[in-house]
Design a protein around this ligand. Structure first.
Ligand code: SAM
Length: 293
C-alpha cells in the first residue's frame, strides 16, 4: 500500500513562504479534517478565519497553536491589505471558514482574487463542501450541475432567481438557512410543481444526517409532519425536456381547415397553428396552397 508523506511529496516543504493556503475544514465531523490540512494549519505563520472561537476549537482538536487573524464579510476590505503585507514579508497564510470550503458561500473569493492579482500563489487544500456532498449523494444527475448558494432575500430578486431555477435543465444545488427552508420549498413547489425531483440533505456528516426525497411535494409533506432542525442543502432535479411531438403535415392541415371552417381568417389560422406547433408559417401557407391547387 502506498502512503503519502504530506511534507515531502512536493519539491518544496509545505507550507511554503508567501503562499496562501485555502483550507477545507469539516462541515460537522471533525474526523473529516485531512492530515495535510492539519499539517498546513499547524505550520503556517497565521490563519485567517471567520470566527476565532470556532477556529480555536478546531485547532485544539489536533493541538495546534497557530496565531489567528479574524477575516469575515464585515472586515474583508480592511483586512486584505494586512494579509498581503504578511505574504510580502515571506510569511505563509491559511484561510479557513467556519465550515467547509472558504469561497463557497463564505468569505474568501475577494481575498484569493486580490492575492493572485498581486502575483502571489494560492493553493487549495481540498476538503468537505456541503454542496458537493449533497449533490453526489442525491442520486440526481451530477455530470453537469448549477450551484446557486443562498438565494437573494429581497422579494423581487428572489422571485426572479426561483423562476430562472425552475427553467434550468441541470441539477441545481441551493443553500438555505433553517428558518427559511419551508418558505423556499413552498416557492419551489409553486414554480417547479410538486413532482419535481428534489433531495434535501440535512446535517451532512453529523449524527442526525438524513436525506429526504424524492420530490418537492413529498419533502414538504415530511417537513410539515416532522419539525426537524439543522443545516440543509437542497438538490433540485432539472426541468426535463418535453418531448417534441411532431405532427405530420396532414394533421396540421386539418387544424388550419378546422379553424377556417369556424370563421377564422386564413392568415389568422396559419398564425395560430404555426405558433402552437412551432412550425414555419411559410411552409403552412404552401401546404394550404398545394391543397387548394
Ligand atoms: N463553505 C461551506 C461549504 O463549503 O459547504 C458553506 C457555508 S454556508 C455559510 C452554510 C450553508 O451550507 C448552510 O446554510 C447549509 O445550507 C449548508 N451546509 C453547511 N453544512 C451543512 C451540513 N452539515 N449539512 C447540510 N448542509 C450544510
Amino acid at each position: 500500500m502506498h502512503s503519502i508523506n504530506c511534507e515531502n511529496f512536493r519539491d518544496r516543504p509545505e507550507p511554503a513562504a508567501s503562499v496562501l493556503y485555502v483550507v477545507g475544514t469539516p462541515i460537522g465531523n471533525l474526523s473529516d479534517l485531512s492530515p495535510r490540512a492539519k499539517l498546513i494549519l499547524s505550520k503556517v505563520s497565521f490563519i485567517a478565519c471567520e470566527d476565532t472561537r470556532r477556529a480555536q476549537i478546531l485547532l485544539k482538536s489536533f493541538e495546534a497553536k497557530t496565531p489567528l487573524i479574524s477575516f469575515h464579510k464585515h472586515n474583508t476590505k480592511s483586512r486584505i491589505p494586512k494579509l498581503l503585507e504578511h505574504l510580502q514579508s515571506g510569511e505563509s497564510l491559511a484561510l479557513i471558514s467556519d465550515a467547509g470550503l472558504p469561497g463557497i458561500s463564505d468569505p474568501g473569493e475577494e481575498l484569493v482574487s486580490e492575492i493572485k492579482n498581486k502575483g502571489y500563489e494560492v493553493i487549495c487544500i481540498p476538503g468537505p463542501c456541503a454542496a458537493i456532498a449533497a449533490l453526489v449523494s442525491s442520486g440526481l444527475p451530477s455530470k453537469r450541475f448549477c450551484f446557486e448558494g443562498f438565494l437573494p432575500t429581497k422579494t423581487k430578486e428572489r422571485k426572479k432567481a426561483i423562476e430562472a431555477i425552475s427553467k434550468e435543465e441541470r441539477t441545481t444545488v441551493i443553500y438555505e438557512s433553517p428558518h427559511r427552508i419551508m418558505n423556499l420549498l413552498e416557492d419551489l413547489s409553486n414554480s417547479c410543481g410538486e413532482d419535481r425531483p428534489l433531495q434535501l440533505a440535512r446535517e451532512l456528516t453529523k449524527r442526525y444526517e438524513q436525506t429526504l426525497g424524492s420530490n418537492i411535494g413529498e419533502v414538504l409533506k415530511y417537513l410539515k409532519e416532522h419539525k426537524i432542525k439543522g443545516e440543509f442543502t437542497i438538490v433540485l432535479g432539472g426541468l426535463s425536456k418535453q418531448p417534441v411531438i411532431e405532427k405530420d403535415k396532414t394533421e396540421l392541415l386539418i387544424e388550419i381547415n378546422s379553424l377556417i371552417s369556424q370563421g377564422t381568417s386564413k392568415s389568422e389560422a396559419i398564425k395560430k397553428v404555426s405558433e402552437e406547433n412551432n412550425y414555419s408559417r411559410r411552409v403552412l401557407y404552401s401546404l394550404l396552397h398545394e391543397q387548394s391547387g
